[in-house]
Design a protein around this ligand. Sequence first.
Ligand code: MG
Length: 369
Amino acid sequence: MKSIAVCSILVMGTILGPALQPGMSYADEPATAPARRWKQHSMTQPKPPIVAGQPSTAPSPVPADAVVLFGGDSLKAWVADGDALAAWTVKDGYFEVKPEAGWIETRESFGDMQLHLEWASPSPPAGTGQNRGNSGIFVMGRYEIQILDNFGADTYADGQAGAVYGEAPPLLNASLAPGAWQTFDIIFRGPRFSADGQLLDAAHVTVLHNGVAVQNNERILGPTSWLNFLAYQAHPQEAPIRLQDHGQPVRFRNIWVRRLPTRILPTAEQAQPPRALPITPEKLAAFAGSFQLGDGVGKPPVTMTPNGGGLIVRFPDRPVDMPILPVSERAFEFVNTDARIEFELDSSGRPGDATMHIGGSTRSLKRLK
Ligand code: MG
């Protein structure tokens, strides 16, 4: 049923959607894309322009709060399939794919994260196309950021180093020569699923390859795969990172990851607008007026005008009307901002100058009229 619904949306997109411009791919404009995309592994899809990547001469410093996945001497953070010890070769501060030993994955699970990893293609190079220094980082075990030696070597665009494999070529080709240490910095946001397993939001990824942005918050279309586009299947919010054994001795060093927190939403109470006290139109009009902000003598004033049960504040050069509501005999709170304005009252209770409290500091508002 679900796939029928998706199909009809795509069919409508074909009829109603905007035409693709030359050089654009489906993934360029996911929000407006018609049902047209490059065939997977297309050899006619334009190749990413070549740019100069920044060589990594030494392992970059590890942040104190990062989880170190490989510090130079041990694969203890990794296991092979079946929970066995990872059997890849460790030496001289790096480790290397041991062809046919199988994939390895992290003992810990990760979801939203910042991952740093350094890798080097076999030198001298061997093989061609996808059999030349191929490995890959399968984020959450499913979403591959491709590792490949395509330095001066041809392959399909969506299989180049830095590609979301089979989905999104790198925007630029920042590859370095075989044997050179290259860096990946991957900022990943995992997909979100509802409690009953429906996709709420796709995974997104940003990748810097040798310091060059090659994926820009790219929307991942689903688990990556050779020859196939796959649909999302609900999975936990964290999963192990897997490294691919594609049969070629790619090297790795200095791998660390920082879990990224999710944003904290306010409680219902914290999100509430201020509770307005009732006020007569006459009293409200007495608060209204124009005010000099701080020491801005002669500058356009801040104005306050009655609006319903409160006031509208307008700051010069800020074309937004900001409502404030009365919360005491002399104080108003902003509806959308954590700020308040307190008025001085004279002996007859008439409001004069005011003070605005915002962000832990105050601004004076001298009444002009
Ligand atoms: Mg690969």
